[in-house]
Every structure is written in C-alpha cells, then in structure tokens.
Design a binder for this molecule. Structure first.
Ligand code: T46
Length: 131
C-alpha cells in the first residue's frame, strides 16, 4: 500500500519547537493546496473515499484522530498525533477518519488543487478501480 510515515526536520530548543517539511526532502510532491480539519465531534467520521491521482500528507498538528487505510488487500490504522510526523497517502488508497479528539487539528498538504472528479466515494467502485 502506498502509505508511509515521514519524520519532519525538528529544531527544538528552550524556546519551543520548529518543525520543517521541504519539497524534495520530506514532501515528495509540490504542494498545490493546504487545508485543515478541526472541531469534529467524536461521533463523526470523515473521508470514505480514495483519490485517482492526488497524493497527500496528513499532519496531526494538535490532538489526534485515527485513519483507516486500505488498498483493497491490506488494511492498517494510523493515529496522526505528532506534529513532527506526516502520514503520506498515495493515490488509490481508501481512507476513513474517525475518533477525533476535541482539540484535533488535522492539516493536509495536497499535491493537486480541488477536483471532485478525482474522488472515488463508493467503496464498491474503489474495489473495481484497483482490481
Ligand atoms: C481527504 C480528507 C483528509 C472543497 O470545496 N475544497 C477542498 O479543497 C476540500 C478538501 C473540500 N471541499 C468541499 C467538498 C465537500 O463539499 O468541502 C466539503 C467537505 O469535503 P469532504 O467531504 O471531502 O471532506 P472529508 O473530510 O471527508 O475529506 C477531506 C478531503 O476531501 C480528502 O481529500 O483526504 O479530508
């Protein structure tokens, strides 16, 4: 499955922490869009889609949530809860996001501008697209 956890550059001193993610180092694509999700109640779930081309890095800037990822064969769960780590998700990976803590801020760096036609929002259609 095309996912990985990426360690960002850290500069930590008595003034606090400064975290860096640079193109061609930690970020393997040019970032064309940034968005963030927060204020999600713990009974709500998001995601439930894959992308045909888009790649992204999810960063748990504050709090935590859980991300279930599957390519139709393997399945794993990741908890973005560390602002110094990014969860890279390639294309053709189905994701479901849940168990948001009250203080969760999930930052997303995306390789493409928004395009609804890049989404597959039906799990059956997703399975047909990967097999
Ligand atoms: C993803 C997870 C982590 C836009 O108009 N522009 C945008 O850039 C985005 C991201 C969304 N929208 C619209 C589309 C929907 O009408 O905002 C509404 C909510 O989007 P969606 O239901 O796709 O939200 P999530 O949290 O389920 O998914 C989003 C991203 O769409 C997705 O790529 O991986 O966050």
């Amino acid at each position: 499955m095309d996912i990985k956890l990426i360690d960002f550059q850290k500069h930590i001193d008595d003034r606090g922490s400064l975290i860096i993610a640079e193109y061609n180092k930690e970020i393997p694509f040019l970032v064309k869009r940034v968005y963030y999700i927060y204020g999600v109640s713990d009974d709500k779930k998001r995601g439930f889609h894959s992308h045909k081309n888009l790649k992204q890095i999810n960063i748990g800037i504050a709090g935590s949530c859980k991300v279930m990822l599957t390519d139709g064969k393997e399945k794993t769960e990741v908890t973005p809860d560390n602002p110094a780590k990014g969860l890279y998700i390639g294309h053709n990976v189905w994701r479901e996001i849940y168990d948001f803590s009250k203080d969760c801020v999930l930052l997303v760096l995306a390789s493409e501008v928004y395009d609804e036609t890049d989404y597959i929002r039906s799990y059956e259609e997703f399975l047909k697209s990967v097999f």
